[in-house]
Design a protein around this ligand. Structure first.
Ligand code: NAP
Ligand code: GCO
Length: 265
């Protein structure tokens, strides 16, 4: 087998919302495999924070202030990248938000906001990069889904609806553009230690673990939360030539939660 199939040399990767967290870890892995990194975040402070973090890792990334829900701004970003760096070979739709609110207490506006960032924006960003990928004859689109693409739980109705829709958007991009050698797959992280899940892991006043933290440990065969590094290998695989015949697939990187009924209390 040609192990260079996992190389990302001469590839341009755009990872959305990648100043820190899962997006940063994926972009770092891509850079380690030879890719040129482009990332965006929602404000200049975050972009500068990200640029500093990439620099500390020896990565020369290009950062853009861009709200992924703003189609005009997204198209401008892609146009600038294509003019100044080159056609985007790899898009990772990573930017996302969650609002943990009981459904009957959630406003329609709050629901729409989550759908806008977590589902509409991946559509906007994919639509922006596909023409370049078609012209170049290849492309990789990776949507960061979730276990909530498969399961529900209290207080995350908007997030689950968005991530379930993102799973199906992944399958539709696969269906519509596979003939142009564009592969669109998803990564479904389990429970990962990032700022987004920090509230679920906060120590209790008596120093004990958060009840939800204990719950996730009991539901995970690996008996631990995931780390962003756990996602790097799967993300490189889906961005590389090694996955050219993998399309429309959601790769769950969850330590086995989705396969496990949970440890008996
Ligand atoms: P995170 O720590 O909240 O980071 C998300 C990043 O996206 C932040 O930099 C955020 O900026 C940015 N962002 C939010 N809205 C944006 C917008 N409109 N335009 C541009 N950037 C925007 O999240 P994470 O834990 O790294 O998660 C990254 C992705 O993985 C998300 O899609 C999340 O749903 C998914 N995921 C996470 C887990 C987990 O356990 N952590 C598991 C499964 C899936 P701000 O700092 O301004 O919010
Ligand atoms: C939650 C968590 C999850 C994780 C992830 C699981 O509140 O249940 O935030 O949604 O972020 O999506 O795959």
């Amino acid at each position: 087998m040609n192990i260079n199939a996992f190389s990302l040399e001469n590839k341009i990767a755009w990872v959305t919302g990648a100043s820190y967290g899962i997006g940063f870890a994926i972009a770092e892995a891509y850079a380690d495999c030879g890719a040129t990194i482009v990332f965006n975040d929602i404000n200049e402070e975050l972009v500068n924070k990200g640029l500093k973090a990439y620099e500390e890792k020896g990565i020369k990334a290009r950062g853009f202030v861009c709200d992924v829900t703003d189609e005009k701004a997204v198209n401008e970003l892609v146009k600038t990248v294509e003019a100044e760096i080159g056609t985007i070979d790899i898009l990772v739709n990573n930017a996302g938000i969650i609002r943990r609110i009981p459904m009957t207490e959630m406003s329609a506006e709050e629901f729409r906001k989550v759908i806008d960032v977590d589902l509409n924006a991946p559509f906007i960003c994919a639509k922006a990069v596909i023409p370049g990928m078609k012209a170049k004859g290849h492309g990789k689109i990776i949507n960061i889904c979730s276990m909530m693409s498969e399961l529900g739980r209290e207080t995350v109705s908007a997030y689950g609806a968005a991530k379930g829709g993102l799973k199906m958007l992944t399958k539709n991009i696969c269906s519509e553009f596979g003939e142009f050698n564009i592969q669109c797959n998803g990564i479904g992280p389990g429970y990962i230690e990032t700022p987004q899940t920090a509230p679920l892991r906060e120590r209790q006043p008596d120093g004990s673990r958060h009840p939800f933290d204990q719950f996730i440990i009991s539901k995970t065969p690996a008996a631990r939360w995931g780390k962003t590094e756990d996602l790097q290998g799967p993300a490189v695989f889906l961005a590389s030539d090694a996955s050219d015949f993998v399309n429309g697939h959601i790769l769950y990187v969850d330590g086995g939660i989705l396969a496990y009924i949970g440890k008996q209390p």
